[in-house]
Design a protein around this ligand. Structure first.
Ligand SMILES: [Mg+2]
Length: 158
């Protein structure tokens, strides 16, 4: 089976600034309905792995907020399979390096509410879905990749 990966940002994807829920440390929490939309889209794609690109990846795995994120995803049978590594605002570079280390990944999309320097990397740009909350999704590129088009459809039809 082909290997499909979602590079996941959290803030601005699974929540918005108007989200009422809070993390254990009193940061903006995660909306269950948005996790459901994500889970449904991944399922429609025939399954896939979540690789965390969000700054939440920098939390210690024992941190209450990280455990909160894991538990929120687990409610929809989702789990984090890995994370990218990057410096400050070079999130695109972190994803590019992850892909180079994992040539088995055949298809992927990137969910994020910010463009960072993704446009420097054509393949990333064509797979970037910009969100204001996952339900408000649009293509970054005018020529999105097929998997980005499919994933966007699965989000919108839910
Ligand atoms: Mg964000």
């Amino acid at each position: 089976m082909m290997k499909f990966v979602v590079f996941l940002d959290v803030d601005g994807v699974l929540n918005t600034r108007t989200t009422v829920k809070r993390t254990p440390s009193d940061y903006t929490g995660i909306d269950d309905a948005r996790v459901k939309i994500l889970a449904n889209a991944i399922e429609k794609c025939g399954g896939g792995e979540i690789i965390l690109s969000s700054d939440w990846k920098n939390l210690d795995k024992d941190h209450d907020d990280y455990k909160y994120l894991v538990s929120k995803l687990a409610q929809c049978n989702l789990k984090i399979s890995g994370h990218t590594t990057d410096r400050a605002l070079e999130r695109g570079k972190g994803i590019k390096e992850y892909l180079e280390l994992h040539p088995e990944i055949e298809e992927y999309v990137i969910l994020d509410d910010y463009t960072f320097e993704f446009e420097h990397y054509k393949k990333l740009w064509e797979r970037l879905l910009l969100t204001r909350g996952i339900e408000n999704v649009r293509f970054a590129s005018r020529t999105p990749a097929v998997e980005a088009i499919l994933f966007e459809n699965y989000i919108k039809e839910f």
